[in-house]
Design a protein around this ligand. Structure first.
Ligand code: APR
Length: 240
């Protein structure tokens, strides 16, 4: 097993086969909701009820028994446990499927669906229930202070310094199930060393496919386990 440094970036496509809608595929989340209404600070100021309803529905769906980690989440956790070098998993997803599959060194750059944040104290709490406009926070004990702990458009993603440090010294960069529509994640591939290997695993071409040397097309639940199996057997599938 190589002892290089690997960074894996995942997007909504890795959770699609677990039953969680992506954003921009057919009948994706952005087909039914305007981003500016449900995923922006101005939308939350304008209509907190609409935003809470949007995240309450996604939070409830994530906790339904039908939504479980798929083979792609499990394969990445297996890879991390066997990888001899440094391994960082950066996800744009706000679901908890990577954790539930066993991933450890994981950063949620766009936040987490099962957490909320007090807009007064900035404290973050695990949260599985619905939030209403007058739900009280336990820190200030005031109604209307809680918001989803999600990074909205026009907000800065979390852990960027840690991510860029890892990118700048990684030997292998893998992107799974992301369309390359949203920066800074879509630009991460441009921050890795010139000699580093790059692999994109996706159903189709993405907006950033041209930046990757290797492409593995197909459903993540099939292609990621195959990719990981080759690595565990000693192959280097980042060199075709
Ligand atoms: N296997 C592999 N890839 C898949 C699968 C699958 N089963 N299903 C869909 N995909 C791919 C699509 O081809 C597409 O490239 O996943 C990608 C999904 O793209 P988006 O819906 O744009 O999701 P993502 O790239 O994660 O969006 C990035 O945009 O709206 C914001 O904050 C949101 O984190 C999100 C960010």
């Amino acid at each position: 097993m190589p002892s290089n440094s690997m960074v894996v970036l995942t997007g909504a496509g890795i959770s699609a086969e677990s039953g969680i809608k992506t954003f921009r595929d057919q009948n994706g989340l952005w087909e039914d909701h305007k981003i500016e209404d449900v995923a922006s600070p101005s939308g939350f100021r304008r209509s907190p009820d609409l935003v809470h309803a949007f995240y309450n529905a996604r939070r409830a769906q994530l906790q339904s028994s039908k939504v479980t980690p798929n083979a792609a989440h499990k394969a990445l956790a297996e890879l991390e446990s066997r990888w001899k070098g440094e391994f960082l998993l950066v996800t744009q997803n706000v679901d908890n499927l990577h954790e539930r599959a066993g991933s450890k060194n994981l950063l949620h750059m766009h936040g987490e669906l099962l957490k909320v944040r007090c807009t007064k104290s900035d404290q973050v709490f695990s949260w599985t229930a619905d939030i209403k406009k007058d739900t009280k926070c336990s820190c200030c004990n005031e109604p209307g202070t809680l918001r989803p702990h999600i990074v909205w458009f026009d907000e800065i993603p979390f852990a960027l310094t840690r991510i860029y440090v890892a990118l700048q010294k990684c030997d292998i960069f893998v992107a799974v199930g992301t369309s390359g529509n949203v920066y800074p994640a879509a630009g991460f591939v441009n921050f890795i060393p010139a000699w580093a290997s790059t692999v994109e695993i996706n159903l189709d071409e993405s907006l950033i496919s041209h930046s990757f040397r290797e492409h593995i097309f197909g459903p993540a639940s099939k292609m990621v386990p195959k990719f990981v199996e080759k690595i565990i057997k000693g192959a280097c599938p980042w060199h075709s």
